[in-house]
Design a protein around this ligand. Structure first.
Ligand code: 26V
Length: 838
C-alpha cells in the first residue's frame, strides 16, 4: 500500500478527537446502544445502557492510551513492570469517568434520558482477580503510577473466575464460582498480535556448541499459548493512560492439528480445554499453600509470557539485552512471580548465549521483591519433584544459582553449616523443595517489607541471615491506598465537604488534607462533618435492610471489621467482646450502654475450617442478639456477605470505629486501616503493621491502642504462655466462654463451637486472644465513653482524616520510583489536533 495512502488514514485519525460535552456524550451513547449493543426501544435493558456507557468511556480512553504508549515507545524510556498474580481492580466505569474528568458531564447527559451513572455503574461486575490486601495493593499502585505519569505496566493473569462469590446459607459460608466475564468485559482489548508459546515438561539435552561451550536445550515440551488482554489504567486527569496486561491460556494450533489429523475430533477439543484450564481460576489463599501443580503452572505460564513480552518490547528499541537494567525494572509482588528470575536467566544464557556471570550481573539490578507476610507457613515452597517434572531446565538454573551463592557464603561464613542450610534455596528436609523467598532475595537488588514494623521483623527474623549479608538490599515501603477511589469515588459527600473547605488539591496530594486541621475544633464544620457521616450510615443501613433484613439504628456506633477472615486477624476477639456486652445487658438490663452496630464482612479460604466456623459463630450470635427484645435496641450484629471492592466502597464511608486488632507482629501492614482513617473512622487497634504509623501520624490521643506489642507477644510465647491462667483471673471472660460451651448460640448442635474453645484454652491460643482480651474490653469501654461526646468524637474524626496524607499510594509509589526502580515521570505527547486534559 502506498505510503501516502497510509499517511492519509493516520492523519485522519490523529487529527480527530472525541468531544466530551453533554451532546457528544449523548450522541456517542445512542450510537453504542444501537450499533454496539444492537438494541431498540423495545429491547433495551439496564445492562445495555451500562455497556453503552462503558463504551462511550472506553472510546475516550483510547486516544490518550495510544498517545501514552507511543510516547513511551518513541522516547525509549525506562519502564517498570509490576508482576502480580493478583489484581483486585473492582469496577472500572466510575473510576474512568472520574479520571477522565467527565463525570459531571456524563451525569447531565444521562439525566436527560432518565438514567443515572451511579445506577449504571452498579451493574458492572467487580474485576475480582485477587484474594485481599496484596491484590488490592497492586490495583492502587497501578492507579498511582498512572497518576504520577510513571511508565509503569501491570502484568497478571486473566482468570475466567475471580475470587469466589460468598453466600451465607444457614450461617455458613458457601462458595460459588464468580464468572465475571460471562457477558463480556468492555474495558479489555484483546491483542492477538501478542501471543507467546509457553513450554512445560519435556527434558533438557546438553551438548557442546561449535565454540566448545556447554549448551542446554529444553526439548519435547508441551505447549500452551498465552494471549494478551489489555485493560487501560487512566491517571487522574493528566492524559496518561497506562496498561495492565493480563494473559489467558489458549491451546496451540499445532496441538489442535495433530489431534485432528489422527481423526480424534472430540479428543482434540478435550485436549484444547485441558490446556486452557491454566488461566481459568484464581487460587483462593488457603492457610497452607498447597503444592498444587496447576498453581505452579499458572505461575510459570504468567512469568514466561511476561518475560517474553518484556524482552520483545525491549528489543524493538534497543540493539541487545545488554542494556536492559537501564530500561527495565521488574517488581515481584510476593514470590508468586519469582520464577521470573530463573526464566530471565534461562533466556540470557540459553537463548541469548550470554555467559552466566554477565547474565547474572544483568539480572539482579532488574528485579526487586516485596514480601507481604511474616507467617512462615505462608512462604512458598515448591517440591523439587514437581519442578523437575514441569520445568526441568528451570530447576537446573535454580540449582546453579544456589550452587554459586552457597560457594560465596561458605567463604564469607566458613564453618557455619546451619547458616548455609538456612540460606540455601533448596530445603532438604522434611521434603526436598525450592524456597521461593530465598530465590527472590538472592536474585533481586532490593527487598522490601510493607510497613516499618514488618520490615524490621523481616530484617531481624524471617530473613535475618540475608540481612546480615546484604543490609543495603533491605528497605521499607509502607503501603498506601488511592484516595481517588477510596474517598473521591466511595464517599462523594465527604469528598465534597473537604473540597469545599480546603480545595481539591488533596486528590493528587493527600498531605493537603492537613489543611483540615484548623477546622477540627470548628463547631459548624463539625456539624457538617457529622451530617455527612450520618447520611452515609443511613445509606449503609438501607443496604443492610435490603441484604440481611436487619433494621439498624444509624445513630448507633458503626463498629466495623471488614477483611479476610483469619485467626490472626482475631474476628473472634471482636465476637467475644460482643458476647461480653450481651451478658452485661442480660445480667442487668438497665446498665447504660452506648448503642452499637457491629458489622463484619470478609471471606474465609474455602479449606480453612476455623475461619469458616468463626463466620458461622458471627451469624449465630447475630441471629440471637438481633432478635432478643432485651438487647436488640442496644446492640446489633450484621455479617455482610460477599466482601469485595465495590462493597468495601459502600462500607468504609459509614464507619465510626475501625477494628484493626491482629496479633501484634502478624499483620504485615493492612490497608483497610488506611481506608477507614481516610473516611474519618477512629481506630481501635494493636501496635501492628501500619497501625503503628497511623498512630504516629494522627497522634496518641486520636487512636485507641491496646494489647501486647510484637516484642511482648514474642516474649510471652517464649516464656510459656498459658491461656488458662488468664481465665482463672477473669470471671467475666469465663462467663463469656461458658455461653459458647453451653451452646447458647448453637441450640441445634451444642458442641458446635467446641473447636474454638479447644483452640483458645487447650491448644495454646496461638493468636493470643485470651492474653489481649481484657485490654481490648477496657479499650472498648473508652471508645464507648468518647462516643457519648459526639463533638469530641467528631473532632478526632476530622483529625484522623487530616493526618492520613502519608498513606496515599502516591507517596508509596514515589518512594519505589526513586529508591527501587529508578523511573521518572513522562508526559504523553498528545497528537496534534487532539485535546489535552491539562
Ligand atoms: C498466598 C497464597 C498461597 C496460596 C495461593 C494463593 C495465595 C495468595 C496470596 C498469598 C499470600 C498473601 C499475602 C498477603 O496477602 N499479605 C497481605 O499483603 C497486604 C499488602 O501488602 C498487607 O497489607 C497485609 O497485611 C498482608 O496480610
Amino acid at each position: 500500500m502506498g505510503r501516502d495512502k497510509i499517511e492519509k488514514l493516520w492523519s485522519l485519525i490523529e487529527n480527530n478527537y472525541l468531544a466530551s460535552d453533554k451532546e457528544a456524550l449523548q450522541d456517542s451513547f445512542a450510537r453504542h446502544l444501537e450499533y454496539t449493543q444492537s438494541k431498540t426501544r423495545y429491547t433495551t435493558e439496564a445492562f445495555d445502557s451500562y455497556k453503552s456507557c462503558a463504551h462511550v468511556v472506553r472510546d475516550r480512553l483510547m486516544e490518550r492510551w495510544n498517545d501514552t504508549n507511543q510516547t513511551y515507545f518513541n522516547d525509549n524510556v525506562k519502564r517498570v513492570y509490576y508482576l502480580s498474580l493478583e489484581f483486585l481492580l473492582g469496577r472500572a466505569l466510575s473510576n474512568a469517568l472520574l479520571n477522565l474528568g467527565i463525570l459531571p458531564e456524563m451525569e447531565r447527559a444521562l439525566a436527560d434520558f432518565g438514567l443515572s451513572h451511579t445506577d449504571l455503574s452498579e451493574i458492572e461486575p467487580d474485576a475480582g482477580l485477587g484474594n485481599g490486601g496484596l491484590g488490592r495493593l497492586a490495583a492502587c499502585f497501578l492507579d498511582s503510577m498512572a497518576t504520577l505519569q510513571l511508565p509503569g505496566e501491570g502484568y497478571g493473569i486473566r482468570y475466567d473466575y475471580g475470587i469466589f462469590e460468598q453466600k451465607i446459607v444457614n450461617g455458613y459460608q458457601t462458595e460459588l464460582p464468580e464468572n465475571w466475564l460471562r457477558y463480556g468485559y468492555p474495558f479489555e482489548i484483546i491483542r492477538p498480535e501478542y501471543q507467546y508459546t509457553i513450554h512445560f515438561y519435556g527434558n533438557v539435552s546438553q551438548y557442546q556448541d561449535d565454540q566448545g561451550s556447554l549448551r542446554n536445550d529444553w526439548l519435547n515440551t508441551e505447549k500452551v499459548m498465552a494471549l494478551a488482554h489489555d485493560i487501560p489504567i487512566p491517571g487522574y486527569q493528566n492524559d496518561t493512560v497506562n496498561t495492565v496486561r493480563l494473559w489467558s491460556a489458549k491451546s496451540t494450533r499445532e496441538f489442535e492439528l495433530a489431534e485432528f489429523n489422527i481423526g480424534d475430533y472430540v479428543g482434540a477439543v478435550e485436549g484444547k480445554i485441558n490446556s486452557e484450564i491454566i488461566s481459568s481460576v484464581l487460587y483462593p489463599k488457603d492457610d497452607i499453600p498447597a503444592g498444587k501443580e496447576l498453581r505452579l503452572k499458572q505461575e510459570y505460564f504468567f512469568v514466561s509470557a511476561t518475560i517474553q513480552d518484556i524482552i520483545r518490547r525491549h528489543k524493538v528499541k534497543n540493539p541487545s539485552v545488554l542494556n536492559m537494567p537501564d530500561k527495565v525494572a521488574i517488581q515481584l509482588n510476593d514470590t508468586h512471580p519469582a520464577l521470573s528470575i530463573a526464566e530471565l536467566m534461562r533466556i540470557f544464557v540459553d537463548v541469548e548465549k550470554i555467559g552466566w556471570d554477565k547474565a547474572w550481573e544483568l539480572c539482579v539490578p532488574i528485579f526487586a521483591y516485596t514480601n507481604h507476610t511474616m507467617m512462615s507457613e505462608a512462604l512458598e515452597l515448591w517440591p523439587v519433584d514437581l519442578l523437575s517434572n514441569l520445568l526441568p531446565r528451570h530447576l537446573q538454573i535454580i540449582y546453579e544459582i544456589n550452587h554459586r551463592f552457597l560457594n560465596n557464603i561458605r567463604q564469607i561464613y566458613p564453618n557455619e553449616e546451619d547458616k548455609h542450610k538456612r540460606m540455601s534455596i533448596v530445603q532438604e528436609l522434611p521434603q526436598k523443595a525450592i524456597r521461593m523467598a530465598n530465590l527472590a532475595i538472592i536474585g533481586s537488588h532490593k527487598v522490601n517489607g510493607v510497613s516499618h514494623l514488618h520490615t524490621e521483623l523481616i530484617k531481624q527474623k524471617l530473613f535475618a541471615d540475608f540481612h546480615d549479608l546484604w543490609p543495603e538490599k533491605f528497605t521499607s515501603k509502607t503501603n498506601g491506598i488511592t484516595q481517588r477511589r477510596w474517598l473521591k469515588l466511595a464517599n462523594p459527600r465527604l469528598a465534597g465537604l473537604i473540597s469545599d473547605t480546603v480545595g481539591e488539591n488533596w486528590i493528587t496530594d493527600l498531605y493537603e488534607l492537613e489543611k483540615l486541621e484548623p477546622y477540627a475544633a470548628d463547631a459548624s464544620f463539625g456539624e457538617a462533618w457529622q451530617k455527612v457521616k450520618l447520611e452515609n450510615k443511613k445509606d449503609l443501613a438501607l443496604y443492610i435492610k435490603k441484604q440481611n433484613g436487619i433494621e439498624v439504628n444509624p445513630y448507633s456506633m458503626f463498629d466495623i471489621q471488614i477483611k479476610r477472615i483469619h485467626e490472626y486477624k482475631r474476628q473472634l476477639m471482636n465476637v467475644l467482646h460482643i458476647l461480653h456486652l450481651y451478658r452485661q445487658i442480660k445480667n442487668n438490663p438497665t446498665t447504660p450502654i452506648v448503642p452499637r452496630t457491629f458489622i463484619f464482612s470478609g471471606k474465609a479460604a474455602p479449606g480453612y475450617y476455623m475461619a469458616k466456623l468463626i463466620i458461622k459463630l458471627i451469624n449465630d450470635v447475630a441471629l440471637k442478639i438481633n432478635n432478643d427484645p432485651e438487647t436488640r435496641d442496644k446492640i446489633k450484629v450484621v455479617f455482610l456477605a460477599n466482601y469485595c471492592v465495590s462493597l468495601a466502597q459502600q462500607i468504609f464511608p459509614a464507619a465510626d470505629l475501625s477494628e484493626q486488632i491482629s496479633t501484634a507482629g502478624m499483620e504485615a501492614s493492612g490497608t483497610g486501616n488506611m481506608k477507614f482513617t481516610l473516611n474519618g473512622a477512629l481506630t481501635i487497634g494493636t501496635l501492628d503493621g501500619a497501625n503503628i504509623e497511623i498512630k504516629e501520624e494522627v497522634g496518641d490521643d486520636n487512636i485507641f491502642i491496646f494489647g501486647l506489642d510484637a516484642d511482648q507477644v514474642r516474649d510471652l510465647k517464649t516464656s510459656g504462655y498459658n491461656p488458662l491462667g488468664y481465665l482463672n483471673h477473669s470471671p467475666e471472660l469465663h462467663d463469656v466462654l461458658r455461653m459458647l460451651v453451653d451452646g447458647e448460640f448453637s441450640a441445634h448442635k451444642e458442641d458446635l463451637y467446641k473447636p474454638i474453645i479447644e483452640s483458645l484454652l487447650y491448644q495454646g491460643d496461638n493468636y493470643m486472644v485470651i492474653a489481649d482480651y481484657q485490654s481490648y474490653c477496657n479499650c472498648q469501654q473508652k471508645v464507648a465513653s468518647l462516643f457519648q461526646n459526639q463533638a469530641m468524637w467528631t473532632q478526632k474524626s476530622i483529625i484522623n482524616t487530616a493526618h492520613v496524607g502519608k498513606f496515599s499510594s502516591d507517596r508509596t509509589i514515589q518512594e519505589y520510583a526513586d529508591e527501587v526502580w529508578g523511573v521518572k515521570p513522562v508526559k504523553p505527547k498528545i497528537k496534534q489536533g487532539r485535546k489535552s486534559m491539562k
